[in-house]
Design a protein around this ligand. Sequence first.
Ligand code: ZN
Length: 621
Amino acid sequence: MRLVGALSPPTPAIMKNTPIRYTLRPADPAAHLFEVSCRVTHPDPDGQRFALPAWIPGSYLIRDFARHIVAISAEAGGRPVALHKLDKHTWQAAPVPGKQALTVTCTVYAWDLSVRGAHLDRTHGFCNGTSVFLRVLGREEAPCLVDLQPPPGKDYADWRVATALPAASGEKGAARAHGFGLYAAANYDELIDHPVEMGTFTLARFKACGVPHEVAISGRHDCAGSALERLTADLRKICEWQIRFFGEPAPMKKYVFLVTAVGDGYGGLEHRASTALLCSRDDLPYRGMEGVPERYRTFLGLASHEYFHTWNVKRIKPAAFVPYDLDRENHTTLLWAFEGFTSYYDDLALLKSGVITQKDWLELAAKNLDSVLRGPGRLSQSLAESSFDAWSKYYRPDENTPNAVVSYYAKGSLVALALDLTLRAGSRGKVSLDDVMRALWQRHGQTGVGVGDDDIRRIAEELSGMKLKRFFAEAVHGTADLPLAKLLKPFGIALTREAASATPGLGAKTNGDGSEVKLATVYRGGGAERAGLAAGDVLLAIDGLRVTPATLDRQLARRRPGATVVVHAFRRDELLRCELRLDPPAADSSKLASDGQRNELRAEWLAETGRRKERTAGRKA
Ligand SMILES: [Zn+2]
């Protein structure tokens, strides 16, 4: 028995409340190196332990951020202190004599231009706390002070800071607006939930329901002047709709959109008072832009998605995330509700805030439906399973993913649609998914109580008086397609499927870039599988004629489904010959169309009259 450790005296409150002090210095932008230190007063007398998270909340993959620590050392009272590495991301310092403070300093390599990591070069710096700030084990609840420093040298004199982390007001050296200096967080969980951008970004501000919002755009882009005004005007409408949806006041004092524009990119990660977005510079508004081009609509959908997470997943959380365990996978069967429902409301918010039209929205909904129906994986994996295994399946796609995995985003959003329609029709328009979301916000988001596996069903049943066990069993735990056409009927919306093309299919997805046709995925039960072809095979010829990415479709178009062709292919360096019976045309595409008749249920749901109200409200504010 080791009673000594177990019975060590509890940490006095004064020690628990002494801030942990961090400094973050872009020490060498050209080498992509941040220098980060962490100073602890009253370190653990048995040897203080420090760790870096294995993953970043919101992105369900073990990333082992500690692998980017290239040097680490510790000191106390000017003398070096030995550090012992315990596992891939945990270090223990030797006990420090007397009452000396312990400082650990590490050098972090930052060359990941994604929303999940850290990136530093001569043009800008970006980091998530999970990549740079060590967690002081046992002191996770202590307040944190962070000294954000500029890179050394005159070249960076015009760099500023964008973050939702509040300045350490009242402290010596507190940062001024967008300046370097001291920032504060209530605890470690808050510290790592405020990404930081530093550089010469474009900055725009607006208020939504009285809450200050900022947009900081880094990277080269053309979003200035009237284009930037257009962006903030649209974002404001979306943010105000969402704040009112859950009810004022908004849960954050300030909100920041940290946007990185690149040549080609797409991604977003949610935080409690900010979001990091990566987009293509062509997605942003530009001078002379007319209407809502598809790329801009996609960008607004992304911003809307991450903003909705401010409530749904950052505050209304699955029980498995209360609190997060940053050392390992946190399994939950509920990602369909947190990602799927958010995906349903992201585009719906564009419609209801008047940014896009009902026709646009119906198009987006049909596209989402097709993305689910085209994946055979939906017939073998349920949403609950897809959520639970996100860490090893959805986030680690391979050639078999389309056959084995269903997206909890896309199908989760169809479940939100189906549930919304079921509740609205069953209650004659009195209860909707909106009411369920608001109840989740009041009972879980505002109280911090995690959402259990059955809570959403229970809330929906309680509010509507309906029996929904079967709905959830089929939609969340089953693999059959949802009866959307039937559910949409009472709303005067017809769902039809039409052939996208008459060209027969190979039963495989091909990679058509370059000069060769490579099989990326061979679909379960399709022609290519029956013929003995596999993912990675390179198609050379069909019926003796060479196949290229440019000619494949034309060669198939001349044939009928069910016809047999002779295929030559390479598997590694071995030549194969096989006979392939062609599949029916690859996929139908869905169409959603309103019948144009007056329909109370639809009017209430898609806010056909609400848009006018919204505009009036917008003018008043
Ligand atoms: Zn999301």
